[in-house]
Design a protein around this ligand. Structure first.
Ligand code: AVJ
Length: 318
C-alpha cells in the first residue's frame, strides 16, 4: 500500500462546519441546506443506488459518452500529467479515462466523504499499480492543498457527474476560476454537464417511482439527528422535486407535513405546515450556455461531446 493521505486542510472563515451551516440555513426566511451534506456513508450509498435507476439517465449517459470518446478525451491531457478529480465518489468514470490515457502518472481524488474515498483509492491503487494514487479528503468547494508529490507534472482536472449543476451559475463560474488557479497555467479540465431537456424526463429523474431519491433527500434529516443530536421526525417530512424551467434547474425540497418544532443543538426551529427546506438545485445547461460560462471564468472550450441528454466538455486555459 503506497497511498499517501492528506487530511489536513485550511479552514477558511466561510466554512462554518456542519452545525453552523445547518443552523444558518434553517434560520433563514426561506429554509435551505447545502447539498454537499447529503453524502454521509448512507447518503453516498443511496446516491450510488440513484445512478442505477432507470429514470436517472445522467450517469448512464455520461459513462457511454466517456467510453465512446475516451481516446479523444485522453488526447486533451498532455504528457506526464496529474489528473485531479473534484468530488470523486465512485472511480468508475475515471477508470475509463485512465485506461485510455497512458500519459497520466498520478491521480488525485478529492472528496468530502472520507470513508468512500479511502476505499475507492485503495482499490484503484491495487488495480493500477503503476499509477501514483494520492487521495485528498477535503471539501473541494473550499481551498485545499494539492499533494506535493505531483510537482513537475502537468495538471488536468476532471469534474464529472454534473456536480457543477449544484452551484448557482455565478458560483459555478467562481469554482471554474478557482479550479483554473489551482491547476495552473496550460491546465486542461474535463467537465460533465447535464443538459436542458423535456421537463417530464427531468422530473422523473429526480422523483423516481421506487422512492430512492426521496430516501436520499430525507437521509439529510437522519444525518442531522445523528450528528447534531436533533429531533427531526423524519416521517413528518416528504420529498418534493420539480423542474423550474424559468431558472433551468431541478429543485429538491423537504416539505413539512404539519406545523412542528424541531430542536437542533439547543435551537428551536419552527415549521409551518407545508413549509419547505430547499435542499438542492441541479442546474441544466445547453452546450452553448456552458461554453459561455466557462469562457467567463477564464477557460476556452475545446470540444464538447454529447448524446443530446448529457455533455462532456474539454476546456483549456484561456
Ligand atoms: C450529483 C449533484 C449531479 O444533481 O443529479 C441526484 C445529485 N440529487 N438525484 C444531480 C442528485 C438527486 C446529482 N449530482
Amino acid at each position: 500500500m503506497n497511498i499517501k493521505t492528506n487530511t489536513a486542510r485550511a479552514r477558511p472563515l466561510a466554512d462554518n462546519g456542519f452545525a453552523g451551516d445547518v443552523l444558518s440555513g434553517l434560520s433563514a426566511p426561506r429554509k435551505w441546506l447545502p447539498p454537499k451534506y447529503f453524502y454521509d456513508e448512507r447518503g453516498s450509498q443511496l446516491f450510488e443506488a440513484i445512478t442505477e435507476l432507470k429514470e436517472y439517465y445522467p450517469t448512464r449517459c455520461e459513462l457511454a459518452i466517456l467510453r465512446e470518446h475516451k481516446a479523444d478525451i485522453a488526447r486533451v491531457f498532455g504528457p506526464k500529467t496529474a489528473l485531479i478529480e473534484f468530488g470523486t465518489g465512485s472511480t468508475r468514470k475515471v477508470r475509463i479515462l485512465l485506461d485510455a490515457a497512458n500519459t497520466v502518472e498520478a491521480y488525485v481524488p478529492v472528496d468530502i466523504s472520507a470513508e468512500m474515498l479511502w476505499q475507492e483509492a485503495r482499490q484503484l491503487q491495487h488495480d493500477y499499480p503503476r499509477l501514483r494514487v494520492l487521495p485528498v479528503a477535503a471539501d473541494f468547494t473550499q481551498p485545499f492543498r494539492l499533494p506535493s508529490a505531483i510537482v513537475g507534472l502537468a495538471r488536468a482536472g476532471f469534474f464529472p457527474g454534473s456536480t457543477i449543476g449544484n452551484f448557482e451559475p455565478q458560483d459555478a463560474a467562481a469554482f471554474l476560476r478557482h479550479a483554473g488557479r489551482m491547476l495552473g497555467a496550460r491546465a486542461t479540465l474535463v467537465v460533465g454537464v447535464d443538459l436542458v431537456k423535456d421537463a417530464n424526463i427531468l422530473n422523473a429523474a429526480y422523483d423516481d417511482a421506487e422512492g430512492v431519491t426521496a430516501q436520499f433527500n430525507l437521509n439529510l434529516l437522519t444525518r442531522i439527528n445523528r450528528e447534531l443530536s436533533a429531533d427531526f421526525d423524519v416521517d413528518a417530512f416528504s420529498h418534493r422535486a420539480f423542474y423550474n424551467s424559468d431558472r433551468r434547474r431541478i429543485e429538491m425540497h423537504l416539505v413539512s407535513g404539519r406545523r412542528q418544532t424541531v430542536n437542533i443543538a439547543g435551537h428551536a426551529i419552527e415549521f409551518a405546515r407545508g413549509e419547505t427546506i430547499h435542499t438542492e438545485n441541479s442546474y441544466k445547461y445547453t452546450i452553448e450556455s456552458f461554453g459561455l460560462l466557462a469562457q467567463s471564468a477564464g477557460w476556452t472550450p475545446i470540444t464538447a461531446w454529447t448524446d443530446g441528454y448529457f455533455s462532456v466538455h474539454a476546456l483549456a486555459k484561456a
